[in-house]
Design a protein around this ligand. Structure first.
Ligand code: NCD
Ligand code: ZN
Ligand code: ZN
Length: 338
């Protein structure tokens, strides 16, 4: 039996730049209708010119595909309302990183002083610009996300009209926060639905499964699965596909990030089928995001999958994907772009 999905969206994607961009961008663009593009380049995207130039490099790299890059800026508390108004039409969201918490986040926010953040966050909420957040403190690695929930609560209560997206959630505490605050939403990755810390470090260390936030406990994965499989209206798919060259992953000082973009939809289809919730995949993969990011334009694209073995390549360019060299159960057999 074939499975048809319309206009899949990836609401958290790293496309990088230069050669890496040319390698990875087409892999997302041929399958997804659009994606929220993370701004953590070196230096991060923080001006209108940088944003527009990056957008045109992405469009060039994805030529021939119907694909919308939804652009973001790297949050700075110095952004004024005038600046945000001037860039509003080019921008889908702003991404906030705590300083130094993940790849290329050194220029992020330190301290979370609400008064320091207030002018920019107030302007964002007036202009209806969603705030995407990498929610981790710099505490003990397994507790970082749960500790950050109090910062989400502080943001959600101080800025009740601001849409706040808890990016790549990994814990039951974040899942619980969703239902406590009207203006909190979340993205969930494929890998956090699949793995726990055991898969990363329980046996031989698996650098290609190492990412931020680190995969957590079985009960956390269970909480994520519960809301993803029923397509809870406040959660949406965001792959957090984060490519690094093989030498940066298989080295002393492994870079954080799992590369999932080329096989994300196939494996999601397998997972949702396995848990008898395939009827909810369309909402998780597109419908919920359309409701949450209410004013984005979504290109029409249809993909058809069949239960047909697919051998995952060992590498795409210089990047090792999840399931490299393994066979997954579903294949994309047709793509219709309009
Ligand atoms: C991301 C990256 O490599 O840019 N890495 C990751 O482990 N998720 C950054 C991020 O999303 O935190
Ligand atoms: Zn992140
Ligand atoms: Zn990310």
């Amino acid at each position: 039996m074939s499975i048809t999905l319309d206009s899949p969206l990836d609401m958290h994607l790293h496309l990088r730049d230069e050669n890496m961009l040319s390698t990875v961008a087409p892999l997302s663009a041929k399958t997804f209708s659009g994606a929220i593009i993370m701004p953590n380049l070196v230096p991060p995207i923080s001006t209108k010119d940088e944003l527009l130039a990056y957008k045109s490099r992405i469009l060039e790299a994805t030529k021939g595909h119907t694909f919308k890059p939804y652009m973001t800026l790297f949050f700075k508390p110095t952004y004024t309302k005038e600046f945000l108004e001037s860039v509003r039409d080019e921008l889908t969201a702003i991404k906030l990183y705590p300083a130094g918490i993940t790849t290329n986040s050194e220029g992020g926010v330190a301290g979370f002083d609400v008064e320091e953040l207030r002018p920019t966050l107030t302007a964002m909420s007036e202009l209806d610009i969603p705030l995407c957040v990498h929610g981790e403190t710099n505490g003990f690695v397994m507790d970082r996300e749960a500790e950050f929930v109090s910062i989400y609560e502080m943001l959600a209560t101080n800025f009740p009209k601001l849409k706040i997206i808890m990016e790549h959630i990994t814990t039951k505490e974040s899942v619980e926060a969703l239902d406590k605050f009207e203006n909190l939403y979340a993205t969930i990755t494929l890998h956090h639905l699949l793995i726990t810390l055991d898969d990363v470090a329980g046996g031989m260390l698996q650098p290609h499964l190492f990412c931020k936030p680190i995969a957590k406990r079985p009960q956390d994965r269970e909480a994520l699965r519960r809301v993803a499989f029923k397509a809870h209206p406040k959660v949406m798919f965001g792959s957090d596909s984060a490519p690094h060259p093989q030498h940066a992953k298989e080295s002393c000082g492994c870079a954080a990030g799992v590369f999932t973009a080329p096989i994300a939809i196939q494996v999601l289809t397998e997972l949702f089928t396995q848990y008898s919730t395939i009827e909810n995949l369309q909402a998780f993969l597109s419908g919920n995001a359309q409701n949450i990011y209410s004013n984005i334009e979504i290109p029409k694209k249809t993909i058809v999958l069949e239960k047909e073995a697919f051998l995952v390549p060992n590498k795409y360019g210089d990047v090792v994907p999840i399931y490299a060299g393994e066979t997954i159960k579903y294949s994309i057999i047709e793509r219709k772009e309009i």
